[in-house]
Design a binder for this molecule. Structure first.
Ligand code: PLP
Length: 330
């Protein structure tokens, strides 16, 4: 998942009545995907896991997805990846009298047929601007159906979503309020050249629960000795320090980063919080390193002063030298 900024801007631009662009501080939010296919995949995974939490892990083969035959094949691919049984994908024939939008009654009928067999309807996908004929599925009615059966309601507006920036097209989003997720491709009509698919979710916790792995390195922690351009170091705590320098080093990282001049991250090695200084930018020169080192020393000195501990050794580097020995960098 990428950042939430662009989706919220786009939401304002498109005048989405869906309150998601205001919801980042509450439950919802926006996240950029590369493509609409990725968007439908991630929300399907979130919906699947939400359903499995409710019905039990062994219910996967009972979960059913509903969409019209005009839905983009991305949904079918997403179902394959998510482990939805092929026979549990209901392809409801669109209505030729509605420019090939799906009739809500047909979706309701399919659900009613499945329920007595113990199947679990969990996901319905509507399209605003189908690939074939630019049909718009009836969002309010499909939203009500989804709500009645506690299903995830996704709206794929990959192509046509951008047009809703124009007031005269906004009525096509009537009913969007009931959606759990909504997606449009900025790289189609939104003057964005590179893959940029804007996805909003009503409750971001489902995406986070499904897709977070939370490994140490994604928490700015890489458990590795110094190699290549990475130097791991820590400010030595006093022997009596109860948390063994954790707070001290965290504060040093915080104050160095707050300066706005450098950005360092941290890791945990042998249970100890260790700071990481890595040179990644190709234009970095020696004077940058020296300035960074000076800044670290200055911040460390200030910190030590604040802690009223003047007799600490300066900095101990825990990284290994080329000879494999642990080395100090005082
Ligand atoms: C309605 C609709 N949904 C999904 C897609 C797939 O978009 P992407 O290529 O970003 O996955 C398209 C592509 O044209 C589309 O028109």
């Amino acid at each position: 998942m990428r950042g939430p900024v662009a989706p919220s801007c786009a939401a304002r631009a498109t005048g989405l009545r869906w309150p998601l662009h205001r919801a980042s501080a509450a439950l919802g939010g926006g996240v950029i995907q590369g493509t609409a296919s990725e968007a439908v995949l991630v929300v399907l995974l979130a919906a699947r896991d939400r359903a499995l939490r409710k019905h039990g892990k062994t219910s996967l083969d009972k979960l059913v997805v509903y969409a019209s035959d005009q839905t983009h094949s991305a949904l079918q691919k997403a179902c394959q990846i998510a482990g939805i049984l092929p026979e549990n994908m209901r392809v409801v024939m669109a209505d030729c009298d509605r420019n090939y939008a799906v009739a809500p009654e047909a979706v309701s009928k399919a659900i009613s047929t499945d329920l007595p067999s113990g199947l679990i309807p969990f996901f319905v996908c509507a399209t605003v601007g189908t690939t074939s004929s630019a049909a718009v599925d009836p969002l309010p009615e499909l939203g009500q159906i989804a709500k009645a059966h506690n299903m995830w309601f996704h709206i794929d507006a990959a192509y046509a979503g951008s047009s809703c920036i124009c007031p005269e097209y906004r009525h096509h989003l009537d009913g969007v309020e009931e959606a759990d997720s909504f997606n449009m491709n900025a790289h189609k009509w939104f003057l964005t050249n590179f893959d940029c698919s804007l996805l909003w979710v009503k409750d971001r916790s489902y995406l986070i629960q499904s897709l977070s792995t939370n490994p140490e390195f994604l928490k700015n922690k890489v458990v590795t000795p110094r190699n290549f351009s990475l130097v791991c170091f820590r400010l030595l705590p006093p022997p009596s320090d109860e948390d063994n320098g954790h707070k001290l080093n965290y504060d040093l990282m915080d104050s160095a980063n707050s300066s706005g001049k450098i950005f360092i991250s941290h890791t945990v090695l042998s249970g100890k919080l260790v700071l990481r200084f890595v040179v990644g930018a190709p234009l970095t020169e020696e004077h940058h390193i020296i300035a960074a080192w000076k800044l670290l020393q200055d911040e460390a000195t200030k910190l030590l002063g604040r802690w009223r501990l003047s007799a600490w050794p300066a900095i101990q580097r825990t990284a290994f030298t080329e000879t494999g020995q642990q080395n100090g960098i005082k």
